[in-house]
Write a protein that binds this ligand. Sequence first.
Ligand code: 6PG
Length: 259
Amino acid sequence: MGSREPTPAMNHAREVAVFPTAADLARAVADEFASQGRECVARSGRFTVALAGGNTPRQAYELIPTDLPWDKFHVFFGDERPVPPDDAASNYRMARESLLSRVPIPDSNVHRICAELEPETAAQLYEDQLRECFPGEVIPRFDLVLLGMGTDGHTASLFPETGALRERKRLVVANWVEKLNQSRITLTIPVLNAATRVVFLVAGDDKATVLKRVLRDPSGEQYPVQFIRPGSGSVKWMLDSQAARLIEGFGPGAVTQRN
Ligand code: 6PG
C-alpha cells in the first residue's frame, strides 16, 4: 500500500485540530470559547455554553479572557459529581476557581447542578432550570458544548453500559455508574446533539487508543462519545499531539482537517 490511508471521510461535518502541547491546546480552546461567545452575543444577544468537567479543561478556563460580554453569557455544566460545590471533585468548583471567580458574570447567569441533593431531585431541578432558560425550545439548543473524553470513551457522565445512554426524552438524568459506585447528574444525548457547536478537548497519551478508534468510526456505538453527533451542529475535536499520536494524517502542530 502506498501512503498511509487518511482517516476515512466522516458522515457529518467534523473538524480536527492537533496542537503540539497541552498548553497550546488550552490556549486554542480559550480562544475558541472567546470567539464563539463574541459571535453569539453579536448574533443573538446572548451566549449559552455548557462547560466540560474533569481536569483537562482547567488550564483552558484559566486562559479565557475577562474582557468578554459576560453579562450576556449563560454558563451551564455538562455534568456533575454527587458532591457539594466546594468539594475538590466538583466540576463547579473547578470552573469557579479557574474561570467564574475572575470574570464579571452575574451570579444568576451561572447555572450550577445541585448535585449535593438526592440524585433524582438534582436532575429534575436542573431540567427545570434548562426549560426556564430556553423557553419554547423542546430541546434546549446550546450555542456551545465543551466536552472531554475519558479513557473508556465516556463523555460528560455518559459512561459505557449505563442507563443514560438510552435516554431520549429527558434533558437531564441521574445516571448510576457502577464502576464509580455513584450516581452522576448529566445532560442527555438529545441535549448534547441539539447543540449548535460541540468542541471536544482531549489531551494525553492515555486517550490515544480510544481516540483513534472513535475518529475512525464516528458513526459507531462502541463508545459513548460516538453517540454525540449533533444533527445540525458542528463538531470540533481539539487535541494535543499526545492524544493524537495514533491518528493517521494528523501530525503535531496546529493541523486542521475537515472531513
Ligand atoms: C467529569 C467529566 C468527564 C471528563 C472526562 C475527561 O465529570 O469527569 O465531565 O466527562 O470530561 O472524564 O476527564 P479529564 O479531562 O480529567 O481526562
